[in-house]
Design a protein around this ligand. Sequence first.
Ligand SMILES: *[C@@H]1O[C@H](CO)[C@@H](O)[C@H](O)[C@H]1NC(C)=O
Ligand SMILES: *[C@@H]1O[C@H](CO)[C@@H](O)[C@H](O)[C@H]1NC(C)=O
Ligand SMILES: *[C@@H]1O[C@H](CO)[C@@H](O)[C@H](O)[C@H]1NC(C)=O
Ligand SMILES: *[C@@H]1O[C@H](CO)[C@@H](O)[C@H](O)[C@H]1NC(C)=O
Length: 652
Amino acid sequence: MGSNSFPSPMNRRLLSASFALALASVAQGQTVSTAPTLAAPGQPQRTGIPGGFEIIGESLVSAQQLFLGTEDKVYFVDKVEANPTQINGHPVWASEWALASNKQRGMEAITNSFCAGGNVLGNGTWLNVGGNQAVQWGGEPASAQDGSVGPYFNADGRTSIRMLDHCDEGDCEWYLSPVPSEQRWYPTLETLQDGSIIILGGCRNGGYVNDRFQDNPSYQFFPPRGNGESIPSPILQSTLPANLYPLTWLLPSGGLLIQSNWATVVLDLATNTEKALDNIPDAVRVYPASAGTLMLPLTPANNYTATVLFCGGSNIKTDQWLAPDFHPPTYPASASCVKLTPDVSGSYQNEDPLPEARVMVSLIQLPDGKVLALNGGGLGTAGYGNNTWAIGHSYGDRPVLQPVIYDPAAPTGSKWSIDGLSASLVPRMYHSSAVLLPDGSVLVSGSNPNPDYTVGPDVTYPTEYRTEIWYPSWYKERRPQPKGLLSQYSYGGPKFDIVLDSDDLAGDVENVKKVVVSIIRPGFSTHNMNMGQRFVQLDSSYTAYADNNTAVVHVSQLPPNPAILAPGPALVFVTVNGIPSVGKMVMVGSGQIAEQPILPVEALAPAEIVPKTAGSGGSSGGGENAAVGGVRISGSLVALLSFLVSVFVFGS
Ligand SMILES: *[C@@H]1O[C@H](CO)[C@@H](O)[C@H](O)[C@H]1NC(C)=O
Ligand SMILES: *[C@@H]1O[C@H](CO)[C@@H](O)[C@H](O)[C@H]1NC(C)=O
Ligand SMILES: *[C@@H]1O[C@H](CO)[C@@H](O)[C@H](O)[C@H]1NC(C)=O
Ligand SMILES: *[C@@H]1O[C@H](CO)[C@@H](O)[C@H](O)[C@H]1NC(C)=O
């Protein structure tokens, strides 16, 4: 439980007592060395058209769930259904896509992973939790639950914790944790400060929305904490029927933001108490209204203060979901965007609305600090059924094919842009997903609002295997190739240097002022949420040389607070003047599920451009690095604050 007791990062009750203590510890020779460095990332390899989509093949299973496991491997997890590819004498419902070779292999997912949740542990092992009972044709219950009967030979997945270790050899497989979960369909998973995972909510048997007979309004942990029993959650208890896949983020304060139906709370895991924030305006954002949601970049400029963005969804009243006259496919989606900065205020603020109303929209964090919105439709909701008013089985309609980009740094009124972006080739309705790839493109797949594998000329929204790559506008620009990135990042600790050459700075030393070093966790994509998705900018300064347009960028480790980015694998990028390097997969934290070491932050040298020696009027002067958004504060102030903070955490 130690992981729950991290002090608020900037809590400074302290300074007097712990200051001396910490200095003493440092003086006693706390020697900390940085992790091994990585080879410089190269250039992207694909040939698609920037701003457009390209179909790269057909997936073996429908991409109900999707995540990037290594730099090369994307994992797909589907529900049990009649996918034509077979494995072990039954249809496959999980697979691995190797990006470089564009080859796929089926994987045995063991139990029915229908509407499971997922996330990655601090030691790099992925979890996939919950699911449905064993099924047969059409998603109907199978006559046995132990995997022994056809046609699908699947076992009950409702209490399964499926695990997949980090592996790039193309031969790793899912295995079951011997410790089961409680019965949960549509749970949310969020990784915590010690690299363990909280598993929240869900229902016991499934359905379009939840009801009190099968609700599981509680949370539990993996690895289990205490006696392993789950803990009741008042917000989940009070937000039926739209309390499935609760929208959940670990906040830098250490609290857990939970948004469910119209309600919002911050959960304090040290006391298991919830603090109510305002209701969310305009629209329901959780499944099945399925808005796009994302924590905006955490940066030195915003002092690592979290703001969460919610866009789209549907204004459906609590008693409307199950009303006989509610026919989702004709019900208009919402264009509303709102944002919340929960560690500062419990009130939502309006944000520029989406250009088009949208449900089932995914927000994908790009390494240039912007956010891609794609997938979904303009009418209806997530979910499917055999209703006469459904479109086939789909509860959603009118696909929105146009992607749109949000720039958190743009002025109000112009945050959304479709400039240079062409439409997707494929409607992406219920059960579609998307994830950022290391080269900055986005893999988009899925769409299957059907009880089983369903294709044919008469099917409006078939089981969709066509898999696309979306290319950012800068895809084919020459990417920076930073030398000296680390393979592992600590919370506080020694700074490190990366080297950018003249090509990396596009021949202009002034571009060093626009260098952003960031760590992105792309997350586990399902139901238009990317559980765990997050962007954290590392603090940095530089010594650059006008003589030869090169720079040494001085970079801090992560801030001394694992609630800013929980331990586990993530991608590191170096972006110069808006052009990101190819990302490298690295480990955040100790690589262990354990309370994370918190180290003093080493101050960075002031930013400096060394002028041309020949006196030919080269540029000079310092300055802060470009921030992704928000106001600038001086590099040295950040360094000082970080130092004070680390002193407290380290010395307490
Ligand atoms: C950064 O945030 C902390 C609270 O987390 C606050 O105490 C501090 O004053 C902030 N610093 C700046 C420069 O805004
Ligand atoms: C990660 O931790 C979990 C829980 O303790 C364990 O089951 C799993 O084997 C670990 N993974 C690795 C790669 O050590
Ligand atoms: C729903 O439709 C599917 C496919 O058409 C069918 O197999 C299934 O039996 C139906 N379920 C119910 C409950 O009617
Ligand atoms: C660039 O110039 C600086 C200062 O003259 C020098 O220290 C550095 O080694 C040079 N870098 C390269 C790559 O030539």
